[in-house]
Write a protein that binds this ligand. Sequence first.
Ligand SMILES: Cc1cc2nc3c(=O)[nH]c(=O)nc-3n(C[C@H](O)[C@H](O)[C@H](O)COP(=O)(O)OP(=O)(O)OC[C@H]3O[C@@H](n4cnc5c(N)ncnc54)[C@H](O)[C@@H]3O)c2cc1C
Length: 400
Amino acid sequence: MSIIIDEDQCTGCGNCVDSCPYGAIELENNKAIVLPNCNLCGICVENCPVEAITLERDKVSREKIDLSQYKGVWVIAEHYKKIVHKVAFQLLGKGRELSNLLDSKLTFVILGANFDEEIRKFSEYGMDEIIYIKSPLLKDYYSDLYVKVISELIEEHKPEIILIGATPTGRDFAPRIAKRLHAGLTADCTGLDINPETKNLLQTRPTFGGNIMATIRTPFSRPQMATVRPGIFKAPKKIKKEVQVKIIDYNFTEEDSVSKIIKIINTSKTPVNLEDAKIIVAGGRGVGSKENFKLIEDLANVLGAELGGSRITVELNWLDPDRQIGQTGVTVSPKLYIACGISGAIQHIVGMENSNIIVAINKDPDAPIFNFAHYGIVGNLHEIIPILIEEIKKITLNKE
Ligand SMILES: Cc1cc2nc3c(=O)[nH]c(=O)nc-3n(C[C@H](O)[C@H](O)[C@H](O)COP(=O)(O)OP(=O)(O)OC[C@H]3O[C@@H](n4cnc5c(N)ncnc54)[C@H](O)[C@@H]3O)c2cc1C
């Protein structure tokens, strides 16, 4: 795709220059010219009063793409303060399964500044190859630099499948890359497999408000791109493996990006770590009020657990949004999940069904949550939880 300016038509009015959010158009000799940092958003096209600018799409026909050129599974990592997001390692587990089914290579791609020492340690996750894009500027996440580098890398190496974490960062750069490459992207997948006959990637995700699961294929374009939320897949067991490492140096300067990171501000009041929590106590509408949530918190405290809840409790302002569990919240997989006054709607279940042990407390014996719970307590949570707290305290005291 490219921006084409018809010099004969262009009057040099400068509307496009003013409208471009990326500062990617200039006037030269009273004619508009497009700069290399153009991101092909097309806003200039809409703002040109004389229709001198067009966004020309490359003619991609299904027949023209030689699918056989595309080989290998890539997992693209992200990191913050030098810590690689664990979803990347979880994707390596699934990526290995897919690459084995396709008899192809598994590649881990990381963009960063100071990973020279860690890079060999990553090999414990069993990939065949690591591509490390190195630049001092890539210490932090720059959306446009990620899109540029990864798109170029994909065009050069032609991977068949790309897996990215469905984190705020992954959700930012994955669709931009897909758009640039005319590739299909399925967001928030909960299942990935290979069709044994066509060898296409089968990407399963909840749809229609989570009421049905859709399996999506992208048979005519490559790469096949999918994002997956943290906690859906498990990281593989660590192994000893010799891995090919390719380090590619980029000499980015701040001028190469339209954005400039001045300061990173952590806005969360208390760090919520539901994804890594071993025990979660979650409350639903059945808790009754914000004040009543104190009881759920007390149970969480005696168990050393994280506090979570259903979407309704967030909507009612009983709980902070970063504690919402489910389809539009966090996906969790603790050892123990205690659901208090939660009915078990599918949108909640998809976010916690991978928990090792689920305990449900609900006054309705027919509540759907009991279909997923390993242990169920039918009754009023306001009577049951204080008893539970007392019993847990006794056990803890006896242990001391
Ligand atoms: C697109 C979409 C996305 C969504 N995403 C999410 C999501 O990410 N997470 C999520 O949770 N929901 C999500 N929802 C909402 C979801 O459909 C349900 O509405 C929600 O999960 C219900 O929350 P709840 O179980 O707390 O409340 P309810 O369904 O109202 O259930 C309350 C339960 O409490 C029980 N109860 C009441 N009083 C007591 C008591 N004293 N003691 C014991 N039990 C009691 C009741 O029997 C009932 O089973 C989504 C919906 C849509 C359409």
